[in-house]
Design a binder for this molecule. Structure first.
Ligand code: SAM
Length: 329
């Protein structure tokens, strides 16, 4: 969860588009160009904006600008390369200037453009949900592989802390037999998740519940698979994270308590009551938390099958089998 890809002139004057030069003097200077009404090409915008973002310590500044510009021009990113000498219209320039200004404040690119890709599916995001991370895609893949090999006619899945709904919706899309229940304490996150669900046409098979952990679930709920990417950042560490995370991801999505492990203790103690014996649980965790998370589950009714690394080679989630202990709801 912590990682994230992520001339001169007369700045006070307005250009022929008429909306002035939003974005502050520094950036206005970068894009206004001499004189203010002169044409600015795609290549010039990329170069000047990338310099601006580099000064704001934004990682991969040129890539970021290209993605923002492609969004404004409704082109695939590679299409920019075929249009380097195309001049931006004043409204386009206004729009890209505003988006680059926002990126310069370290607002995440995905929030600025309002969506991200998760397992190849477009997910709407805003500042009220965690931006789905590529690390979580492997957990999703492990989940749908298990569901499709389970032989169950209608496997029941629980997504604990659904956020944008990325895991719940992807599992529903990848396993057409699955019935998915997703919970979150944040009504704003659930609003986003519901929109994503409708957009992907799986609303009939995904139910959302608002509440604090398992208390959100209806009585008698039981599942064959649990997926969870809970908040896992130790409280004091949040202030040390990149601005994109500490200032723009919802605190509720980050804060895992004093040692970051509060939610694993809750899951280890409470989840068994909602899972059928033999079910699987996949829980994502933060860098270096694998041994502590495994130990928490091992002391309860769980069998730790394996710890799975992500594509960058870092241990990222634990695969747990619910032991044969009694279900005590
Ligand atoms: C790290 S985010 C994960 C979001 C999404 N599953 C993903 O992988 O991108 C954790 C989510 O847990 C939710 N959450 C935090 N505390 C919770 C609680 N006590 N009960 C239920 N959900 C909670 C947050 O609102 C947030 O959406």
């Amino acid at each position: 969860m912590k990682s994230r890809p992520g001339g001169g002139g007369t700045p006070q004057k307005t250009h022929p588009g008429g909306r002035g030069l939003p974005g502050g003097k520094e950036f206005a200077l970068q894009l206004a160009g001499p004189p203010y009404f002169s044409a600015v090409t795609v290549l010039e915008v990329i170069q000047r904006s990338a310099e601006f973002l580099a000064r704001k310590d934004v990682e991969t500044p040129r890539l970021q600008v290209e993605l923002l510009l492609a969004h404004v021009l409704r082109l695939p990113r590679m299409g920019l390369y075929l249009n380097f000498s195309r001049e931006l219209t004043p409204p386009e320039l206004d729009q890209v200037r505003e988006l680059v200004r926002r990126r310069g404040t370290r607002e995440p690119l995905q929030v600025i453009v309002g969506s991200t890709s998760f397992c190849g599916y477009e997910m709407m995001v805003n500042g009220r949900v965690l931006v789905p991370r590529p690390e979580t895609e492997l957990l999703a893949e492990c989940g749908w592989t298990h569901l499709n090999q389970s032989g169950l006619a209608a496997p029941a899945v629980l997504d604990f802390g659904t956020g944008s709904g990325c895991l719940a919706i992807t599992l529903a899309l990848k396993c057409s037999a699955a019935r998915v229940t997703a919970l979150d304490i944040s009504p704003e996150a659930l609003a986003v998740a519901r929109q994503n669900c409708a957009r992907h046409g799986v609303a009939e098979r995904v139910q959302f519940h608002e509440g604090d952990g398992f208390a959100a679930l209806p009585p008698g709920a039981e599942f064959d698979l649990l997926v969870a990417n809970p908040p896992y950042i130790p409280t004091a560490e949040i202030a040390t994270l990149e601005p994109e995370v500490r200032e723009h991801d919802p605190r509720l999505a980050l804060d895992g308590g004093a040692d970051g492990l509060d939610f694993y203790r809750r899951l280890a103690a409470e989840a068994g009551a909602y899972l059928r014996p033999g079910s699987l649980a996949l829980c994502e965790f933060g860098d270096g938390q694998g041994p502590a998370v495994s130990a928490i589950f091992a002391t309860q009714m769980w069998i730790v099958e394996r710890v799975q690394a992500d594509y960058s080679g870092r241990d990222r989630f634990v695969v747990l089998r619910r032991g044969a202990g009694p279900r005590v709801a």
